[in-house]
Design a protein around this ligand. Structure first.
Ligand SMILES: C[S@@+](CC[C@H](N)C(=O)[O-])C[C@H]1O[C@@H](n2cnc3c(N)ncnc32)[C@H](O)[C@@H]1O
Length: 242
């Protein structure tokens, strides 16, 4: 898997754009909508204020990071693609970026307030999905948030985009219900799912309407999220830095 994405470290955004061009929207639009949703969920689940840390698992070249870095005091990224991690570090020298072998995340238990993974699990073999989620849970502190953003397999336009994407040849799409079941199996709690990327507009009315129907599997992608229970309450912050 590392070699696949190593080959796209220099032109990742162009490849994504080529696969979604038919929808007439720039890649940046999708990144901004993801960042807005993450901000809302982080605020709802962890509150505002305080210094939050986040690990982005499978961060690639860090395309999302300019949009989500303002949400966090510490934003770290990890990926199996060595070349993608080098590119992410080049783009954001202040960030903590590490490559790893795709099994055990190179961070201690209970390190982050948030563990996020965006469009990665469909590249992970289904037999390894449980371990992947277990690792996200491990590195999040009790009371922290685990969030998975994935393609919605029930959206035909998503399937079309995946079929056109050069690096999606290995993709096995993960249904939202399966993601939620993986969370439960890992001992994570307060599981919720929000579908998004239904309307092609950043207008406030479009965002509100999309939020109203987020429970229905209509949007191109979804975010499944949950909490790591433990002795701390949801507002308690980790005092470790990544
Ligand atoms: C479609 S890209 C998404 C990159 C980034 N999350 C984004 O949204 O721009 C998928 C990424 O997942 C990485 N990946 C695949 N398997 C992985 C694993 N087991 N652990 C971490 N990263 C993995 C790939 O190297 C690649 O960078």
């Amino acid at each position: 898997m590392s070699e696949v994405f190593d080959a796209y470290a220099g032109n990742y955004a162009d490849e994504v754009q080529a696969s979604i061009d038919f929808a007439g929207l720039p890649h940046d639009f999708y990144l901004r909508v993801k960042a807005l949703l993450l901000a809302e969920v982080v605020q709802q689940r962890l509150g505002i204020g305080g210094a939050l840390s986040c690990l982005d698992v499978g961060c690639g070249v860090g395309a999302l990071h300019p949009h989500i870095a303002p949400l966090f005091d510490h934003l770290a990224g990890v990926d199996v693609s060595v070349a993608s991690i080098a590119e992410a570090s080049r783009r954001r020298p202040a960030g903590v970026y590490r490559s790893y072998d795709g099994t055990r995340l190179p961070f201690e238990d209970d390190t982050f307030d948030v563990a996020l993974t965006v469009c990665v699990m469909h590249h992970v073999p289904p037999g390894a999905w449980g371990t992947f989620v277990d690792e996200m849970r491990r590195v999040v502190r009790p009371g922290g948030l685990v969030a998975v953003i994935e393609h919605n397999p029930f959206n035909p336009l998503t399937r079309f985009a995946v079929s056109r994407c050069a690096f999606d040849a290995d993709a096995v799409l993960l249904p939202a219900r399966r993601a939620a079941n993986l969370f439960v199996a890992s001992g994570l709690t307060r599981v919720a799912v929000r579908h998004f990327l239904l309307l092609p507009s950043m207008a406030r009315a479009a965002r509100l309407l999309e939020a109203l129907v987020a429970g229905m599997p209509l949007g191109a992608q979804y975010m499944a999220f949950c909490m790591k229970s433990g002795s701390g309450d949801d507002l308690r912050r980790s005092n470790r830095s990544p």
